[in-house]
Ligand binder design. Structure first.
Ligand code: GDP
Length: 384
């Protein structure tokens, strides 16, 4: 049986979006055909113990390097080659293309027949920088396929590659669990708990950082309230920008109409999406293009929940919206435009219904994990 060696620094128990993506894929590749070579989560006994406890629960083999960061050194390359041979792997998946994808030629010489390297959001920003462009170009040359999240990241990364490597790129975004995120996911209970049962709710679920645009939503609220006086903005998530956002809301006299839940447990997440009538995150690009959205999985989670979305135009965020069908894309950082779309949606239940249903359908058609894992399995299957 053909096996795949997954080589990565981004694997749970280390938290994060890329880690969750790799783990979700590994579970769907057929665990008996997967061997993971990953770094240890954290230094010290606690990190090693948490890592070992996680690994013991997995249905596939996980081999940990003693370091907390794998780099494509001679030692790490020898170990990867050794694992490839020991487990009879014919395919290799680099969970994040750079820098470990530089080991591709050595693994090919050792017998790997398919080498796939996945890019996420940040590589699109890096692709502007000369050293990172060189790195991506070499990784594109050494592998069979570089995967990308969406059209925005593809166009940025392809510019750093040879035309041949660019032509071999394939889209592989993270999926959405349509059974976890669905209409009727428990939103009514969250609204009741927060005393919002009879009020129109705009919900935003995300880390609290400037790029995501919660500040734009707060700035949009006075204009929203002039049209829909009982509307509430529900800001879900935690992050370094929270204190500033709270100050901003207070300075505008919005303590009743802007609510913060703080970070919520994973089990509680679908119900928090469900607490909204509309989902909004008008994200914007910062730092000359380096701080940019890769995809915006939260729009898809909201669509799966049956909500219309208002998205910003940063990077790949629009790749997660069918503009005019599942919601609207607005220019990031523009409260007036954002408010106008929110008001349009809050005033029109039929439009919300239609866009929410189209979003749910789109997720079922294109963003289900099993479909995307099937795509990865095909990429990893040796020819013939
Ligand atoms: P990123 O953080 O910039 O990578 O943003 P993404 O759009 O990729 O979102 C990452 C994931 O984190 C999404 O699945 C969100 O639903 C999730 N998320 C955001 N805030 C919270 C939170 O407070 N709790 C939980 N459990 N998940 C959250």
């Amino acid at each position: 049986m053909d096996k795949t060696l997954i080589v990565t620094n981004d694997f749970p128990p280390r938290p994060g979006g890329i880690q969750a993506f790799l783990h979700s894929m590994a579970l769907r590749l057929d665990p008996s055909r997967v061997v993971v070579y990953a770094s240890t989560w954290k230094r010290g006994r606690e990190g090693a113990e948490a890592t070992a406890a996680f690994d013991a629960e997995q249905p596939f083999t996980v081999v940990r390097d003693r370091t907390t960061m794998l780099l494509p050194t001679a030692r790490v390359t020898r170990r990867a080659v050794g694992l490839l041979r020991e487990h009879g792997c014919r395919a290799v998946w680099f969970g994040a293309a750079a820098p470990l994808g530089l080991m591709a030629p050595a693994l090919r010489r050792a017998g790997a027949e398919r080498l796939v390297a996945t890019t996420h959001g940040h590589e699109a920003g890096w692709a502007q920088l000369p050293a990172a462009r060189q790195l991506l170009r070499r990784i594109g040359e050494g592998t069979d396929t570089l995967t990308y999240l969406g059209e925005y990241t593809r166009s940025r990364i392809a510019g750093a590659l040879t035309p041949q490597a660019a032509a071999r790129m394939v889209q592989l975004p993270p999926g959405v669990d349509e059974k976890t995120f669905h209409p009727g996911s428990g939103g009514a209970a969250v609204r009741a708990r927060l005393g919002l049962t009879d009020r129109p709710v705009i919900v935003c679920v995300s880390r609290l950082v400037r790029r995501k645009g919660q500040d734009t939503l707060i700035e949009a609220m006075p204009r929203v309230l002039r049209a829909v006086p009982d509307a509430v903005l529900l800001i879900v998530g935690g992050g370094p920008y929270r204190a500033d956002l709270e100050k901003l809301a207070a300075s505008r006299g919005l303590t009743d109409s802007v609510r913060f839940t703080g970070p919520v447990e994973w089990e509680e997440l679908p119900a928090h999406f469900g607490a909204g009538d509309v989902f909004a995150m008008p994200c914007r690009t910062r730092r000359g293009g380096l701080d940019v959205e890769g995809l915006g999985i939260v729009y898809l989670e909201a669509s799966a929940t049956g909500l219309p979305v208002v998205a910003g135009d940063s990077g790949g965020a629009p790749d997660a919206v069918l503009d005019g069908e599942t919601g609207w894309v607005v220019p990031g950082g523009r409260p007036a435009e954002t408010a106008d779309r929110l008001v349009e949606l809050l005033r029109d239940p039929a439009l919300r219904e239609r866009m929410g249903a189209r979003g749910r359908g789109w997720v079922e058609e294109q963003w289900r994990w099993d479909l995307l894992a099937g795509k990865l399995r095909e990429l990893l299957a040796p020819a013939g």
